[in-house]
Design a protein around this ligand. Structure first.
Ligand SMILES: Nc1nc2c(ncn2[C@@H]2O[C@H](COP(=O)(O)OP(=O)(O)O)[C@@H](O)[C@H]2O)c(=O)[nH]1
Ligand SMILES: [Mg+2]
Length: 341
């Protein structure tokens, strides 16, 4: 979670005014000489109301991390999900309000100190009006941050130290099955733009090295050539994470996708991701008695080098995949380019 709870303008003002009232009562019941009281009361009201509102604004500003200092994947994610510019604008507006309120507080406490006691209450009312109008001016910004908070609540939690492998391949080729076979626990599901099911992140460890496997249903399982720019950006954000892509062919074609189409998808992925691609032929258990399919597999193995044949469902040759993943080098370099599509 990157954004703290955001109050509405009314909540912000109510809190300020309520605390100000208490502060004023404390002065009223204190031992300050009577002739000084009315000014002290109004001064306490002003200072407290301004301080409470400022404190809350500062808390929000301090708790939202500096977007530019986040890993690129998160910057892209925030940009695709809510827009980094709008986010910065809203935070900028809160910062602006903070500055104005500081000035108002200073001006009005000075005015009250210099004023006749009978004018103090009027000055305090003036300040309240101006404070309220400043807070109302950032109403849309508070709204936007609250919307951003909701949108970013279930952002993927990425381990940037881990070697990361992103799975690609048409629906039903066995991506989820393989993810479950390779990783320890149930994969964690996080929101991801343009996916309805969210992305799934699984982990496993080997020889004290941490591996992270990411499945992106709805994203790397359909023709990329037809995607619009925002969708492509959602894909490219993955480029920041992926040290390698694992592409799954369903050699049995029981998923309903012809091998020819699967090849096209592989080619498209090859074009946008400048990453090493591990090619896996899945569902070999289904072609055991099919000489034609076996022949096709042989042909494909000649075209693509270093492929692995598995049955994710029966757990055959899973170890081979893990051994292959262990050889993946951590790159962490973004070389993605949507112009290649
Ligand atoms: N026979 C067989 N079925 C498999 C294999 N791998 C996956 N399946 C089945 O294919 C279907 C789709 O698998 P799933 O992992 O959900 O595919 P995804 O859409 O790519 O995530 C499921 O019914 C799986 O049980 C395999 O190696 N052999
Ligand atoms: Mg799946």
């Amino acid at each position: 979670m990157i954004i703290p709870t955001i109050p509405t303008p009314d909540e912000l003002l109510d809190k300020g005014f309520r605390r100000a009232k208490k502060a004023a009562n404390n002065v009223r019941t204190s031992k300050i000489p009577r002739h000084l009281k009315s000014k002290k009361i109004e001064e306490a009201r002003i200072t407290t109301a301004c301080q409470v509102v400022k404190e809350k604004l500062l808390m929000i500003l301090n708790r939202v991390p500096d977007i530019e200092s986040l890993p690129e994947f998160y910057q892209d994610y925030i940009d695709i999900t809510v827009s980094v510019d709008k986010m910065k604008q809203s935070l900028g507006a809160l910062n602006w309000a903070y500055g104005i309120i500081t000035q108002l507080e200073k001006d009005y406490t000075g005015k009250i100190r210099r004023s006749a006691p009978e004018n103090a209450s009027n000055l305090q009312k003036q300040l309240y009006g101006r404070l309220a109008s400043v807070v109302k001016k950032i109403s849309e910004d508070l709204d936007f941050l609250d919307y951003g908070k909701a949108k970013l609540r279930n952002m993927p939690t990425i381990n940037f130290e881990a070697t990361t492998i992103v799975i690609a391949g048409f629906p039903n080729v066995g991506k989820s099955t393989l993810l479950r076979q390779v990783t320890d626990a149930e994969p964690r599901v996080a929101d991801y733009p343009f996916t309805t099911k969210g992305i799934q992140i699984g982990h496993f460890e080997r020889n004290w090295k941490h591996f992270q496997i990411i499945d992106t249903p709805g994203l790397l399982d359909r023709p990329i050539g037809k995607m619009n720019n925002i969708e492509l950006n959602a894909i490219l954000a993955l480029e920041h994470l992926a040290d390698s892509i694992l592409f799954i062919f369903d050699i049995s074609e029981t998923s309903g996708y012809l091998l020819e189409n699967q090849e096209n998808l592989l080619n498209e992925i090859n074009k946008i991701f400048k990453k090493e691609i591990i090619i896996v032929f899945n569902k070999i258990d289904l072609i055991e008695n099919n000489e034609d399919k076996k022949e096709t597999l042989k042909k494909y193995k000649e075209i693509y080098e270093n492929t692995i044949e598995i049955s994710a469902f029966e757990g055959i040759k899973i170890e081979k995949i893990i051994e292959r993943m262990e050889k993946v080098k951590k790159t962490g370099i973004n070389t993605g380019n949507i112009d290649n599509v």
